[in-house]
Design a protein around this ligand. Structure first.
Ligand SMILES: [Fe+2]
Ligand SMILES: [Fe+2]
Length: 345
């Protein structure tokens, strides 16, 4: 595979060449160099995204490398919080250490071979949606207001993608290209939209549930990344912090006039259970709306089938079985209606 490696540190080039050249054809350059790359090559950007001048150079490079469909950003561990920045710049994949580069390239190459028609290209909806999530999360982190039109655009693109290619293709593509919170948000939105289509919602209601799903975990933008991206089980203190995200999300959105009550309800209550054992308000069944019930099922299913660096994704069959065993917490007739979404779509 052709890999075009662009860096702001020329001293890194020999090591990267030594690492990749046994398997790939590497073209290297210093950021700012003019490079040519077709749609079958991978652009790999390894630069300090904290430096504004670098960010501008990357934007310029990407503006004339539109044909490059794969854009892999290397964001070293200490620049963890720059992952969102990478996606905002148009990354299609992000790795956080040199060690992860070869496995990620192998994954990209395998995807290209598996779907020669598209060359394994990341579909534009996924790139756009990840960019919208990145931009909303980063606005919150900088105490700026969220641009809701980004959430609306992202939701509309998910709906269009699923109507065109089906939910199964969406789930596979998202899991192949994304990790962590963005992967989760993209999956939940896709699953919720697929669910709404399956049960015959009107276009307006599909949009409503889709928007709730897009925004449901927005409060996670305020949860420390050390907790959000922790590769192991959270300890009780960390779990308590994580469980604040629905109330935080509600707080972030509640004064925005364009956010409807239904969306706020979804953001605050998607972790409530019918038997009152959920959080943050311990609501009982009578206080949990239909929209929230659909969102909760979509959210749990997405969390179960997510791919994580440290474990393979659970099969859709096994994940659906877990939902069926949650009688009393989830509405069983809705879980039954979800069957086709979980197993067939
Ligand atoms: Fe959540
Ligand atoms: Fe969630």
């Amino acid at each position: 595979m052709l890999v075009c490696y662009l860096t702001d540190e020329p001293s890194k080039i020999p090591a990267i060449r030594a690492l990749l050249e046994p398997h790939h054809h590497v073209v290297s350059g210093v950021l700012g160099d003019k490079v040519i790359l077709g749609s079958d090559g991978v652009l790999m950007v390894d630069a300090d995204l904290r430096v504004m001048a670098r960010v501008e150079q990357i934007k310029e490079t990407l503006s004339y490398l539109k044909a490059a469909s794969e854009k892999l950003f290397v964001v070293q561990k200490h620049l963890h919080h720059m992952v969102a920045q990478a996606y905002a710049l148009g990354a299609t994949s992000v790795v956080r250490s040199t060690r992860e580069i070869s496995p990620k390239l192998a994954q990209i190459e395998a995807a290209a071979k598996a779907s020669p028609a598209t060359g394994g290209t990341v579909r534009s909806e996924i790139v756009d949606c990840a960019r919208a999530f990145a931009s909303m999360f980063s606005a919150i982190n900088h105490d700026q207001s969220i641009d809701l039109s980004e959430a609306e655009r992202a939701t509309a693109r998910v709906i269009a993608g699923i109507e065109r290619d089906g939910l199964g293709a969406w789930l596979d593509d998202v899991r192949r290209y994304h990790e962590g919170t963005f992967q989760h948000c993209l999956l939940v939105t896709g699953i919720a939209v697929g669910f709404a289509i399956e049960i015959g919602f009107t276009d307006l209601d599909i949009k409503r549930l889709g928007m709730s799903a897009t925004l449901h975990d927005i409060g996670k933008a305020k949860i420390p990344l050390s907790i959000l991206d922790k590769p192991d089980r959270l300890n009780p203190d960390e779990d308590a912090i994580m469980k604040r995200h629905p109330a935080i999300g509600h707080e972030l959105l509640k004064d925005m006039p364009e956010v409807s009550g239904e969306i706020l309800d979804g953001v605050r209550h998607h972790h409530e259970y019918l038997d009152g054992t959920g959080y943050p308000d311990g609501l009982q069944a009578g206080h949990i709306s239909d929209l929230v019930r659909l969102l909760t099922i979509s959210d749990i299913f997405a969390a179960l089938i997510e791919s994580r660096p440290y474990r393979p994704p659970m099969s859709r069959q096994d994940a659906y079985k877990i939902l069926c065993d949650m009688d009393g917490k989830l509405e069983l007739p809705l879980v039954k209606a979800f069957r086709n979404v979980a197993l067939v779509a």
